[in-house]
Design a protein around this ligand. Structure first.
Ligand code: FAD
Length: 320
């Protein structure tokens, strides 16, 4: 069976959930091989093997830690040249997409980005995409070279399939472009106990209807009761009620959780563009004609300040 290369998204060996999702998808296409760049192989090995990585290519050269994405491109291209994989999967994010585009160019291969699903077709991987603010579903298939595919977080639930991986340490030749821009420092972003917006299974977002920074505590309480990330509409972040890094939408973060709960958000097209691919959408709005109700699987017409505390109460009652 052909190898499917999966670029591991990790921090010193702490593997992100998105990689486990890619390994799960890769098993539909062939035999997953993880490509782990930088330090942390000992830490990452167990979780990668548990999710079906039969082989782990480890490249722990200083270049991959101290420079931007080009060393990853050199590494992936070099490994692909030796492995002749049937596909290369990466996470859809700024780094993943840049790396994917450069790898596809070097391999003279077709590239598809932002897939929301990947399946095995008769002539190779078939990808599903959500286009034009999720008003259209597009099916694509790479017709040239090794398909290079970036997949949005939460496309699939990670499923374990334990194997004992074989480790390979390939020699990678880094070109002069790899060391053209050195990273001078990294400062981890302060983060609380809540999950990352892009990785969360559940996102609870507030909009202009929240009516003030202090009122976002109502949204946070629901998020914490559900173990969710907090999102916000642009109206809410522009008003300074919540940090811009939490904006969901066309010009914010695009999320695709299992459950998206929007409170006090009207459902403008630019907001929908960032959340329409969520599996289940719940809207709480006091205006029964709010456009988001057209999209929502479940809707509550009501004042969020009355509805959300009752929701928290009910969640806690069922949990106790
Ligand atoms: P509103 O549209 O004002 O809606 C507030 C809603 O809250 C209303 O439906 C109201 O009925 C309801 N409400 C009020 N009080 C309560 C209450 N007590 N209980 C329950 N419901 C209540 N927007 C984004 O979100 N993300 C983007 O990335 C984004 N990018 C954009 C890019 C461009 C180029 C442009 C032009 C706009 C963009 N916008 C984006 C803005 C977008 O067009 C909307 O203006 C914005 O999404 C509106 O936010 P909102 O739904 O919170 O506010």
């Amino acid at each position: 069976m052909a190898e499917i290369l999966v670029l591991v998204d990790h921090s010193d060996g702490a593997v992100r959930k998105t990689t486990l999702e890619l390994l799960t998808l890769a098993r539909r296409l062939g035999e997953p091989s993880a490509v782990l760049l930088g330090p942390g192989a000992d830490t990452a090995m167990e979780v990668l093997g548990r999710h079906g990585a039969r082989k782990i290519y480890v490249v722990d050269a200083p270049e991959v830690k101290d420079f931007l994405v080009t060393p990853a491109v050199d590494a992936l291209t070099g490994i692909a040249a030796g492995a002749a994989p049937a596909a290369i999967l990466l996470t859809s994010g700024p780094d993943g997409k840049e790396t994917a585009a450069r790898v596809a160019l070097r391999l003279d291969s077709g590239l598809v980005t932002d897939a929301v699903d990947v399946t095995a077709g008769p002539d190779g991987p078939v990808t599903e995409h959500s286009a034009f603010a999720a008003t259209h579903q597009v099916t694509a298939h790479v017709t040239r070279g090794v398909p290079v595919i970036t997949v949005k977080p939460n496309a699939v639930a990670p499923e374990p399939a334990p194997v004992t991986p074989v480790v390979e340490k390939p020699d990678v030749v880094f070109g002069p472009a790899s060391v053209a821009v050195r990273v001078l420092s990294r400062t981890p972003r302060e983060r609380g106990d809540r999950p990352e917006l892009t990785e969360a299974d559940i996102v609870v977002s507030g909009g202009r209807g929240v009516d003030g920074a202090e009122n976002f505590a109502v949204i946070e309480r629901v998020a914490d009761a559900l173990g969710a990330a907090v999102g916000a509409s642009r109206a809410a972040v522009d008003a300074g009620w919540y940090p811009h890094s939490h904006q969901v939408g066309q010009t914010g973060t695009q999320v695709s959780p299992q459950l998206y709960l929007a409170a006090g958000i009207s459902g403008a097209i630019q907001h929908r563009a960032g959340m329409q691919t969520s599996r289940t959408i719940v809207a709480v709005n006091k205006d029964a004609d709010a456009p988001l109700f057209e999209l929502a699987d479940y809707g509550v017409v009501g004042d969020l300040f009355q509805v959300l505390p009752q929701l928290v109460e009910e969640i806690e009652r069922r949990r106790s």
